[in-house]
Design a protein around this ligand. Structure first.
Ligand code: NCD
Ligand code: ZN
Ligand code: ZN
Length: 347
């Protein structure tokens, strides 16, 4: 039984850093262990142009500890008015790594997202031509569709038609939460990848709802039945190149989580690697953790793996803060997996 494992330094292929005081509070939490992250563009207002992505990138770099070596990989927020030339120029200049598709109304700050998918077809065709990946929040917003079915219905109604209409488009199904998502991603060939979050490997919908409502477990897509969590676990622990870590660490101030209309998002940046080591160990898959955190993502994005490493050591339960303070008085609750964490992280 190993008590120490060393991994290539991991990357986070789906991360929310926000802006201002929140950015300053949470950026160091990710930079401590991760080398790179795909930065989500759902600010208010959203990051829709190459110039805005470059300016946001500068704000992120300024918020990081000196010499931490963390590289933010920027994205553009796709709207029905996205300028394909601006997008292509930002991609060619290395300002953006990917583009994010939010169905309008599907999640936090998605009001500027896409309602009519035909309207973005020319932009998607251009992205296929230039090799710019599309990261997708895959849920329909049709009020007639039950919230627990929205991912599976999106695959049939939206994602599959887009992929058939746009051959060569590289797509990442973000934060998959269902066995249907796992099956579709697995069958999609090398142009299709899927990120899996830390929290969806730990919680099912009972964790949110049984014994009192737990707002810090509420995120979108909402956690599903246990059988779906099991499918996600098997996919993450399989080592298959399709599946890689995207934490979707999504900080909201506690007063907006613990609220009559609480925000969606789990904040996992602080303890993600300790949680994942625990989860993979239970699966008997510690030897495949590195593929999930550090190898499969770079391979999908055509980037080199990181030079550095992190070492995870098993010992007495690890202490981590319950909350991260934000200047101005807010706090963000750190994800509590509900079991002790025994794996600590060192360089
Ligand atoms: C994310 C956020 O807060 O920005 N929330 C979430 O529940 N996942 C948005 C998103 O990734 O859908
Ligand atoms: Zn999302
Ligand atoms: Zn997200």
């Amino acid at each position: 039984m190993s008590t120490q494992i060393t991994l290539r330094r991991p990357d986070d292929w789906h991360l929310h850093l926000r802006d201002g005081a929140m950015l300053a509070a949470v950026a160091p939490e990710t930079a401590r262990h991760f080398a790179r992250a795909i930065i989500m563009p759902n600010l208010v207002p959203p990051v829709v142009t190459g110039a805005q992505a470059a300016a946001y990138r500068t704000r992120i770099l300024n918020a990081l500890p000196d010499g931490c070596g963390f590289t933010p990989l920027m994205t553009l927020y796709l709207t029905e008015a996205t300028d394909a030339d601006d997008l292509a120029a930002a991609h060619a200049a290395g300002i953006i790594t990917a583009v994010k598709l939010y169905p309008a109304g599907a999640t936090t700050n998605s009001a500027s997202g896409v309602t009519n998918f035909d309207k973005v077809r020319p932009v998607l065709e251009r992205m296929a031509e230039i090799g710019c990946p599309l990261c997708v929040h895959g849920e329909v917003v049709d009020p007639a569709v039950d919230i627990f079915d929205r991912e599976a219905v999106f695959i049939d109604r939206v994602l599959d038609p887009i992929r058939r209409a746009t051959p060569g488009l590289r797509v990442v199904m973000e934060h998959i939460t269902t066995s249907q998502g796992v099956d579709y991603a697995r069958a999609g060939g090398p142009d299709l990848g899927a990120t899996i979050t830390t929290h969806h490997l730990v919680i099912n919908r009972n964790h949110i709802l049984v014994g009192g409502i737990k707002p810090h477990y509420y995120c979108l897509p909402v956690a599903k039945r246990e059988e779906h969590r099991q499918a996600l676990l098997a996919a993450a622990a399989s080592g298959e190149p399709t599946f890689f870590l995207g934490t979707d660490s999504a900080p909201h101030p506690d007063h907006l989580k613990e609220h009559a209309c609480g925000c969606a998002g789990c904040f996992t940046a602080t303890n993600t690697l300790s949680v994942l080591a625990e989860v993979f160990e239970r699966e008997g898959a510690l030897d495949r953790l590195e593929a999930f955190t550090s190898l499969n993502g770079p391979a999908f994005y055509g980037l080199p793996v990181n030079e550095g490493t992190v070492t995870l050591t098993k010992g007495a339960p690890v202490d981590y803060p319950a909350k991260i303070a934000v200047e101005g008085g807010d706090a963000v609750t750190v994800f509590q997996p509900g079991f002790p964490l025994h794996w600590s992280v060192s360089e």
